[in-house]
Design a protein around this ligand. Sequence first.
Ligand SMILES: Nc1ncnc2c1ncn2[C@@H]1O[C@H](COP(=O)(O)OP(=O)(O)OP(=O)(O)O)[C@@H](O)[C@H]1O
Ligand SMILES: [Mg+2]
Length: 214
Amino acid sequence: MKLIEARGIAHHFDYPLFNDINLTLEPHDSIAIVGVSGSGKSTLLHILSTLLRPDHGSVQMLGKPVDSLDNRRLVQLRRDALGIIFQSHYLFKGFSGMENLEVASILSGEPVDEALLKRLKIDQVIGQKVTELSGGQQQRVSIARVLTKKPSIIFADEPTGNLDAETADEVMALFEDYISAHQAGLVLVTHESSLAMRCKYVYKLENQRLVPLK
Ligand SMILES: Nc1ncnc2c1ncn2[C@@H]1O[C@H](COP(=O)(O)OP(=O)(O)OP(=O)(O)O)[C@@H](O)[C@H]1O
Ligand SMILES: [Mg+2]
């Protein structure tokens, strides 16, 4: 079954962002979307991840048309199958890193994975309050939180924006291992072309279209 099948997607805010976008994501696949600031990458990610309804077009997710789902089913789909890593990470600020992970763990019934914390190099700091963590540490906690619930599709908007090149590489390797181990898929928005090129497909959002680069 295809993870995502988007057909004829168009959207505008103050100006048209894109038109007739078609995109398919299969299990084990990774897609990178690049493009200049303001071209609409985050907006497209919001549409593909069911958070925003497009002006035109349709999105099928795990074989179901998103349009046909009532609110309860939509919330359930997001909770069970989608892992969304936002450009600005929305951790609960009054909580510790671990408490943030525990919320994800309780909601999904999946345990917090200590090996994942070690791999992200946050196992030593995970007990600290979110506000006491560095920007890059917060980013890695939000990645850990999303992977804790074992999503079928990871949507990541600049997930390595606050990270040094070496840590960014490791995060990318973690995503790669995750999607191959869980038959999952990845849609990655990034400004870093070396990371983008590690994805199976790379598209540039330009002149309101997705231009294939790889
Ligand atoms: N909720 C909204 N309401 C009105 N306009 C919006 C909204 N979200 C985005 N926009 C506008 O749509 C355009 C594209 O924004 P978007 O965040 O998708 O760009 P982006 O490609 O992700 O940029 P960046 O690389 O800087 O993150 C911008 O001009 C932005 O102001
Ligand atoms: Mg953006």
